[in-house]
Design a protein around this ligand. Structure first.
Ligand code: SAM
Ligand code: SF4
Ligand code: SF4
Length: 369
């Protein structure tokens, strides 16, 4: 009982927020609870609408990062989302999206650099004006300038993640090929300084852990502190693709993560670690991916609709797609012993768990300062 008291105290604010949200937006809240249930039970037919939506602003990119699938593809589905198509897509989800108090919502990114779509900030502003509670984008930070920085602040964007795969110029530029370390650092510093509302947008430094940067995690915390951002988010590499598996490893030791977390806390910074193989995939139940030309695909790792898609939102309504036979078959297969071919090498796919964990267990390197 004594042990449960601190937990109850910690959960109290969350419970109060949920109750408040339920009173204000009962329809959204019921959907949210249904989505939680679907994520836990993963049924073939879903009664909930998605609580999050990933829209790909563009597949164009100015970098050739060494761990990114895009870099190795010679046949890209190149294009950018138009503002009119964005409005059409969004109109089908308006009432569906997450709760005001829970960080679910609209993620504007994909296999490309979002800020290369000249309408990105207009789209974000539109979504915010429509009442979308939480809009997030992930960027390589290379094309930001004073005008875009001001535009970000004025758009109402809630959260921006900047990919910072190294704390030194040498490491960063060896992974993020084509990027200039100093430019990204100074653009994000500028954004952090110019924010007029505290933590708005919330700024994250994303580090995808791989061989070249695994010993720089705590230096990235130092960098984040110096840049005035709010959080460091470390994630493991998704080694779904052969060229990555051959050269890189998965994750960090628990000690390395705990040490970085403690180090961040001492600097009053948030720290998050996402281990892709720790949770089974829930995307087809709660979180669809929409390509720049309107196709729904299972997730950002399967974002080329020419390989696989569930239908096109500019031709068929989302309602007809979400529980169509192709979506239902996909959900059924994903939790079976014979998952869809396109998921078989993904660490989030149930059949891949064992191999991913074995490699992780051999991963003895520790982050050092
Ligand atoms: C695909 S990028 C798109 C946004 C933008 N172009 C960028 O680099 O930030 C989104 C995030 O995925 C990360 N990423 C790229 N390849 C990855 C991989 N193989 N496994 C895990 N994350 C990856 C990137 O570092 C980035 O933080
Ligand atoms: S900037 Fe983003 S999309 Fe472009 S190559 Fe790098 S990780 Fe991939
Ligand atoms: S299991 Fe399939 S749908 Fe889920 S994240 Fe992996 S590739 Fe995507």
């Amino acid at each position: 009982m004594k042990k449960l008291m601190p937990l109850a105290r910690r959960l109290k604010p969350l419970v109060s927020l949920l109750a408040l949200d339920f009173a204000r937006r009962p329809r959204r809240s019921v959907n949210y609870l249904r989505a939680c249930l679907a994520a836990a039970r993963r049924p073939t037919y879903v009664r909930n609408a998605p609580v999050s939506l990933n829209i790909e602003p563009t597949t164009a990119c100015n970098l050739k990062c060494t761990m990114c699938d895009r870099t190795y593809s010679s046949d890209l589905n190149l294009g950018s989302l138009s503002f009119d198509d964005f409005k059409e897509i969004l109109s089908q989800f308006h009432y569906l999206l997450g709760s005001h108090h829970i960080q679910t919502g609209l993620l504007m990114t994909g296999l490309g650099e979002p800020f290369l779509n000249k309408n990105l900030l207009r789209m974000i502003k539109y979504a915010k004006n429509q009442g979308y509670p939480y809009v997030h984008t992930i960027t390589n930070g290379t094309v930001l300038d004073a005008t875009k920085t001001q535009g970000i602040i004025e758009s109402g964007l809630d959260h921006i993640s900047v990919s910072m795969d190294g704390a030194t110029k040498e490491t960063f530029e060896s992974i993020r090929v084509g990027a200039q370390f100093e430019k990204v650092v100074s653009s994000i510093k500028d954004l952090a300084i110019k924010r007029t509302t505290r933590n708005k947008p919330f700024i994250d430094l994303n580090i995808t852990i791989q061989d070249q940067n695994r010993n720089e995690l705590e230096y990235v915390v130092d960098l984040a502190f110096e840049m005035g951002v709010d959080r460091v988010s470390a994630r493991v590499l998704n080694a779904k693709f052969a060229h990555i598996e051959a050269t890189s490893s998965f994750g960090l030791t628990d000690e390395a993560i705990a040490s970085a977390m403690q180090y961040a806390r001492a600097k009053n910074l948030q720290f998050r670690y996402a281990d892709d193989d720790s949770d089974p995939c829930v995307y087809p139940w709660i979180w669809p991916y929409v390509t720049w030309n309107g196709y729904i695909t299972p997730c950002c790792y399967n974002s080329d609709p020419r390989n696989f898609n569930f239908g096109n939102l500019l031709e068929t309504s989302f309602e007809d797609i979400w529980n169509s036979s192709i979506y239902r078959d996909f959900r059924r297969d994903l939790v079976s012993d014979t998952p869809p071919e396109i998921c078989r090498r993904c660490p989030k796919c149930p059949s891949s768990y064992t191999s991913a964990r074995n490699i992780s267990a051999n991963n003895e390197l520790k982050a050092t300062r």
